[in-house]
Design a protein around this ligand. Structure first.
Ligand code: ADP
Ligand code: MG
Length: 456
């Protein structure tokens, strides 16, 4: 190839503009190269419409004028022979353009008015398809396009194909970037929605836990009310019996019919009655006192020095009506007193929740329903072993039972909060640990270990 043509091509090919993705800049570079290399004044880039029924001018340089994306369009129907030549996908080399079979159709409307005498069209290819042409137009005396010039124009057209690839890649990258940004925005929006949902959930959870705590306190209180009712009832009956007796003896006295035997009987009866009243009222008073001591009504809030065995015994006692009603025998193993500094309210609540769980979940098929609680003290630690002889906790739910809202009794009103409250009280309030007793062969078992001296 002629040295200048080779150099021009080399410069174009090396220019970063070709691969930058700016199709207009690349087009200008390539067309300017064609003008210089081929020593012509008019050159254009023409691209087929999608249906290939027309070819449209993308860029045209005519002397000092440059038209970009103008409305020049050639229809297949108007120039059938030219389009047949294009369909061959080869360069059209028309040395005598005004007579050449492919370009003859342009003669009167185009070639003569613009003084064009020779034409050279090089196909632009992209991914194996011909997209259009670079059209080189020579004015003045006709010329013979040399094979080097034809190769030069073709090489420039190929370079334009390369620029199209770069522009497409840029376009894809831009689209990808946009999609990414949209996606990020969407993710941010969704995250915000999820976070809001989570905040709501936490709020609801806190409310539910609070109400479950109140419910377990309620169970204790109603147990206590039931328990107090019996001695009070006996005291009331006995008092009214004494009052009736008194009235009867007063009447006998007024009628002067009261004999010694009658009077002695009356005194004995009143003595019994008062004894009964006294006993039962003290029993009621003790129950109230015990209930206070059990810490249940403090809703687990104050740290105290207390005896653990008593605390648990009292809690069991306040649940007695519930246990009796369900024919459950709950035994606390006897042993030496264990004095600790901790939260009696929390311990009462833990024991209450474990017992209610045994009653609700364990005993459906157990004829002799038993709960055992055993205490053990070693090296500043107390261990509470809680066991029942019910159905046990199935292997596949063991990992989940301490999670809030996990329940196998949703249909019968289970909230799934009982054991999660127990877990939180043991680990956070009491600074201890709770595990399922894996060694137990039948029924459910829990091992709770807490420090004797709770330091917060
Ligand atoms: N003593 C037990 N015996 C058998 N299963 C139990 C026992 N205690 C708890 N569970 C199981 O653990 C689950 C979670 O208990 P809990 O958190 O108190 O929620 P809930 O009592 O509302 O179901 C229960 O649904 C039950 O399946
Ligand atoms: Mg429960």
């Amino acid at each position: 190839m002629h040295r200048t043509l080779y150099d021009i091509l080399h410069d174009v090919s090396k220019s970063s503009m070709v691969d930058d993705g700016d199709l207009q800049a690349a087009g200008l570079l390539i067309l300017t190269a064609a003008l210089h290399g081929l020593q012509i004044n008019r050159v254009g880039i023409w691209i087929f419409t999608d249906d290939k029924q027309a070819i449209r001018c993308r860029m045209l340089i005519d002397g000092d004028d440059c038209v970009i994306d103008g409305d020049l369009e050639l229809m297949r129907t108007a120039y059938p022979n030219y389009f047949i030549a294009l369909d061959n996908e080869r360069a059209i080399v028309a040395n005598h353009a005004q007579e050449h079979s492919s370009t003859l159709e342009f003669r009167d409307s185009y070639l003569i008015p613009f003084g064009i005498t020779s034409m050279l069209d090089a196909p632009i290819r992209h991914r194996g398809n011909m997209l259009g042409i670079i059209c080189c137009e020579h004015q003045g005396p006709e010329r013979e396009w040399s094979s080097e010039e034809i190769a030069f124009a073709s090489a420039l057209a190929d370079t334009y194909g390369r620029a199209i690839s770069a522009a497409q890649r840029n376009d894809y990258e831009r689209q990808l970037h946009e999609i990414n940004e949209q996606l990020e925005q969407k993710i941010n929006d969704r995250t915000e929605i999820l976070q809001q949902a989570l905040r709501n959930l936490n709020h609801t959870q806190a409310k539910l836990i609070e109400s479950e705590k109140l419910a377990s306190l309620g169970r204790l209180v109603s147990g206590l009310a039931h328990e107090i009712n019996t001695p009070l009832g006996i005291a009331v009956t006995s008092a009214s019996h004494c009052a009736n007796e008194l009235k009867r003896v007063q009447q006998l006295y007024r009628d002067e019919q009261l004999n010694e035997q009658e009077f002695a009987q009356f005194l004995a009866g009143i003595d019994d009655g008062l004894g009964l009243i006294n006993n039962n009222l003290s029993r009621a008073a003790t129950l109230v006192q015990n209930f206070k001591l059990s810490g249940a009504i403090h809703t687990a809030n104050e740290e105290e020095h207390f005896e653990l065995r008593d605390c648990i015994a009292l809690t069991i006692k306040s649940l007695q009506p519930l246990l009796k009603k369900n024919q459950v025998n709950c035994q606390l193993q006897t042993g030496a007193p264990i004095h600790i500094n901790s939260y009696p309210g929390a311990i009462a609540q833990i024991i209450t929740n474990l017992i209610t769980n045994s009653i609700h979940h364990a005993f459906a098929n157990t004829p002799d329903k038993q709960i055992h609680i055993q205490l053990d003290e070693t090296r500043g630690q107390v261990t509470i072993y809680y066991t029942d002889n019910g159905c046990g906790i199935a292997d596949d739910i063991r990992a989940k039972i301490f999670e809030p809202f996990f329940t196998t009794a949703r249909r019968t009103g289970g909230s799934g909060l009982g054991l999660s409250i127990v877990y939180n009280l043991v680990t956070q309030k009491l600074g201890g640990e709770i595990t399922i007793n894996e060694d137990q062969s039948d029924g459910a078992g829990f091992i709770i270990t807490i420090p004797e001296n709770q330091k917060k």
